[in-house]
Design a protein around this ligand. Structure first.
Ligand code: CA
Length: 550
């Protein structure tokens, strides 16, 4: 077969095939560039396109253009709502139990950074800029990343440099981190990018992670605005369970850090509404407003910086040959349920914003309610790059959903979730659960992985069709008995499928088994555990007070 005929038969026709030496470039053009933009803790309620109560503040006009010109996923979820684990899920296509990054202490070795490795194998030039948080050296052609959490102002970065070990390659910059990260990426485009190859760029902001600190130019943004409040900041009598409230609400002051004064150890009135003469309501309202303004000012800085990045892509003619994704590494509680931070399986923390723009194959202004998880992001991007999902990844590609709006046969109908850091930092008990399009079942087994530091085990079920803000736990409503049984079956099946069945943690496994059916004996025991915890907490506070006096 002549070369020309061979190329034709292989589907590589056209003028490029006729000119010797151009076929490699033509092939490269066939593969789209991919930019994965991720902010830290940017939740869907603070993305205008998601239409939450905050949408009327128009927090993200630039990010919203990706929804207008691409597809918005309504049901994108993280599998473990906290920074380092979520990033590891994206990078490996594996659930936490398989990639080993269960909590903030996790690390991801260069040889396990599969997404970057596979992209490189597929002929992509790879780059990672901004917040990395996986501790070990990024395995990319180019990187320039913040060490750990990094600083908001005048941040230091670690930039890849021949002969310099990771940690010794420090570059200091002046300005706000969102501005600096965008500058680094633009510099990479202008001076480092190899134009003969398609690129895979991960562009990650530190903002709007706490402790929130915006660039000075946003000091007055939203200054005179009363931030819309979620109803369940104030009132939610049927929300939660013994696991999150204690028996007869006795643990409300100890579980889940709060906006108002509820959590005694950690709440936002301690930072921003210290005046003791304020009523509880006044203090909570003030703390909420300060919290949301600080957060939204950081979000605004991200949005404005993306305007610069998108303008560059447009100017260089790269907009339509590039798959552009925007997401946050998890969701975030912005006062819903009187909670701050993430970690919870409640939707605001569990959901990730996920927007994808690629006009060649994705319809502008489209939306999908398909359930997709962060372990699916890697396989999907690899699919766009022409790479079949590697066997060792547990996630799957949803490229076809992006392109057709239809779920392929057998696509997942339930998202699996697990949070491991029992009672750390924000007083969240460990839990796992399943979320379908209609329901959410959460099991707070409530112990550390060695079975210690027990909090009362309990179950919660939310009927999302009737109760999208999850304020009515219907686990004990007999009308839902069959649904509970079916969801428990699905949950057990997912645990088995993903290898998350606690064989390595026998003491924890025993507790999970003991409270799985949740019969009268287990309920009685949960009440005892609630009382024990209350005693522990009271003793703890008394001894802290004593120490303080000394
Ligand atoms: Ca995060």
């Amino acid at each position: 077969m002549k070369r020309r005929d061979f190329l034709k038969a292989a589907g590589i026709g056209g003028a490029a095939a006729l000119v010797p030496g151009i076929s490699r470039a033509a092939k490269a053009v066939d593969k789209p560039n991919i930019i994965f933009i991720m902010s830290d803790d940017h939740t869907s309620q603070a993305v205008g396109a998601y239409g939450s109560r905050l949408a009327r503040l128009n927090p993200t006009p630039v990010i919203d253009t990706l929804a207008k010109e691409g597809m918005l996923f309504e049901n994108a979820f993280c599998t473990n709502s906290i920074c380092t684990p979520s990033r590891a899920c994206i990078m490996t296509g594996q659930f936490s139990i398989k990639n080993g990054v269960l909590d903030l202490g996790g690390r991801l070795a260069p040889e396990n950074q599969y997404l970057a490795i596979e992209m490189k194998k597929a002929g992509y030039q790879t780059a990672m800029v901004g917040k990395w948080h996986l501790k070990q050296e990024p395995n990319f052609d180019y990187y320039n990343v913040l060490p750990g959490q990094g600083s908001y102002h005048d941040p230091a970065f670690r930039e890849k440099a021949e002969g310099k070990a990771f940690g010794k390659n420090v570059v200091k910059m002046k300005g706000h981190s969102s501005d600096c990260i965008t500058d680094i990426t633009l510099n990479w485009f202008k001076n480092i990018r190899d134009k003969s190859k398609p690129f895979f760029l991960m562009h990650h902001y530190k903002a709007p992670h706490d402790m929130f600190s915006n660039a000075k130019r946003y000091e007055k943004y939203l200054e005179d605005v009363d931030i819309p409040e979620p109803e369940n900041l104030w009132k939610q009598p049927k929300f939660g369970s013994i696991a999150t409230r204690g028996h007869n609400d006795e643990l409300l002051p100890y579980i889940g850090t709060s906006i108002g004064r509820r959590n005694l150890r950690r709440n936002y009135t301690k930072s921003w509404a210290k005046d003791k003469s304020l009523s509880d309501t006044q203090a909570k309202r003030l703390a909420y407003n300060v919290y949301l303004k600080k957060y939204l000012r950081c979000v605004k800085g991200v949005d404005d910086n993306l305007k610069r990045l998108l303008a560059y892509l447009r100017k260089e003619g790269l907009m339509d040959s590039t798959v552009i994704i925007y997401t946050g590494d998890q969701g975030f509680m912005l006062g819903e349920h009187d909670y701050m931070d993430k970690r919870w399986m409640y939707d605001e923390s569990h959901r990730m914003p996920f927007l994808i723009r690629y006009p060649k194959t994705i319809k502008p202004g489209s939306r999908s309610d398909a359930i997709v998880e962060n372990v699916d992001y890697g396989p999907t991007m690899l699919d766009f790059a022409g790479v079949k999902t590697p066997d060792y990844m547990q996630g799957g590609s949803f490229k076809s959903i992006c392109e057709t709006g239809k779920e392929p046969a057998g696509w997942k109908q339930g998202a699996y979730y697990r949070y491991w850091m029992h009672m750390a930092h924000h007083d969240n008990p460990s839990h796992f659960g399943i979320r379908t399009k209609k329901f959410k079942l959460i099991f707070y087994y409530g112990c550390s992985s060695n079975g210690g530091n027990q909090t009362p085990p309990g179950w919660e079920l939310y009927d999302l069709g009737k109760d999208r803000f999850e304020v009515n736990n219907v686990y004990d409503n007999p009308e839902y008995a069959e649904i509970v049984a079916a969801l428990k079956g699905q949950l057990a099946a997912l645990r088995k499928k993903y290898g998350d069945t606690d064989e390595k943690f026998p003491a924890m496994k025993k507790i999970v088994d003991e409270f799985w059916d949740y019969g009268p004996g287990a309920r009685k025991r949960a009440i005892e555990i609630s009382h024990d915890m209350l005693e522990r907490k009271k003793k703890g506070s008394a001894s802290r007070r004593k120490k303080k006096k000394k």
